[in-house]
Ligand binder design. Structure first.
Ligand SMILES: Nc1ncnc2c1ncn2[C@@H]1O[C@H](COP(=O)(O)OP(=O)(O)OP(=O)(O)O)[C@@H](O)[C@H]1O
Length: 291
């Protein structure tokens, strides 16, 4: 598979602060790739460097094999972008914006496509931008980016402000587009959203990539175990390789990535009142990274 985004050692420094520190990522064609991390982690800074809105201090980034700084004009013809804060001329209506986008990008049969998205995302065509709520403005920006049917769609917190039904519809479209070959790179704070819809995700913190996770591949054998036992001791759990052990009176919680037999043999020697073993999901992993 071809790499659509390739980032190598990308760094952005503001005075002595590294907003993005030596990050490297490869995003493949057709992937829905999540970019997640706490406030101020460096997500928007990375996206802005990809789009050449700001210059990197060092490192390189390319999109569709083109250098993000030197070939930014060519790149913009093939990339759709929705920023985290949507700004348009206040006097324009939603329809004005869609017509302008369609004309600018030379989109064929644009009226049919516009009509489809107006209905699908429940957009009022003749309302002025000034009179739209945050979520409704966001819908206009999303549709405007989708209209271009770009090879790569970059979405900076796209679901912020959208109601649950529209969020659901957005991901329906994104999944359909990704099956047709579109690559989607989206930043988000919503772990559940990433878990449900992305193929892979990178977690960024303090400007550094601290983890890249495959999602929904079913390969992960890590388990989260919760149980109640008054006879169990921490040393027993450490002895079988349990990690991230937390105890509150006789309630235990830990991560276990060994063969389950060992756990069962240990628990058979103890008085266990209740027990839950479930696969460690992205939320468990990423929540601990927020700490
Ligand atoms: N122009 C700037 N000058 C100085 N510091 C900046 C500038 N832009 C961003 N930063 C700092 O860089 C860091 C990364 O910011 P960035 O906006 O990329 O974070 P983010 O992950 O997108 O956060 P959020 O989830 O809150 O949108 C932050 O500490 C921010 O204060």
């Amino acid at each position: 598979m071809a790499s659509i985004i390739e980032i190598k050692g990308l760094t952005k420094k503001y005075k002595n602060m590294k907003a993005v520190n030596n990050i490297s990522l490869e995003i493949e064609e057709g992937e829905i790739y999540g970019f997640i991390g706490p406030n101020g982690a460096g997500k928007s800074t990375t996206i802005k460097m990809l789009l050449n809105f700001i210059f990197p201090t060092s490192g390189t980034a390319s999109i569709l094999g083109m250098d993000c700084v030197k070939q930014s004009i060519e790149i913009k013809k093939q990339v759709g972008y929705v920023s985290s804060d949507v700004r348009y001329y206040h006097e324009m209506t939603s329809l004005d914006i869609f017509n302008y986008t369609a004309e600018f990008h030379g989109i064929k049969n644009s009226q049919e496509v516009i009509q489809h998205y107006l209905e699908y995302f429940e957009i009022e065509p003749s309302k002025k931008i000034a009179d739209l709520s945050l979520g409704n403005k966001k819908k206009v920006a999303i549709v405007s980016a989708l209209l271009q049917n770009p090879k790569l769609l970059i979405l900076d917190e796209p679901t912020n402000g959208l109601d649950p039904m529209i969020q659901h519809r957005l991901f329906e479209v994104l999944e359909e587009k990704s099956h047709a070959g579109m690559t989607i790179f989206l930043s988000s704070h919503d772990l559940h959203e990433i878990q449900t819809h992305c193929d892979r995700a990178a977690f960024i913190k303090n400007g550094e990539i601290i983890s890249i996770e495959e999602i929904n591949k079913g390969k992960d054998i890590e388990k989260k175990v919760t149980l109640t036992s008054h006879t169990l001791e921490e040393a027993h759990l450490i002895g079988i390789g349990a990690i991230q052990i937390k105890q509150e009176e006789d309630k235990w919680q830990f991560i276990f990535n060994q063969e389950l037999d060992q756990l069962i043999q240990l628990l058979a020697k103890h008085h266990v009142e209740d027990l839950e073993i479930k696969p460690l999901d992205l939320e468990d992993k990423f929540l601990s990274m927020y700490e």
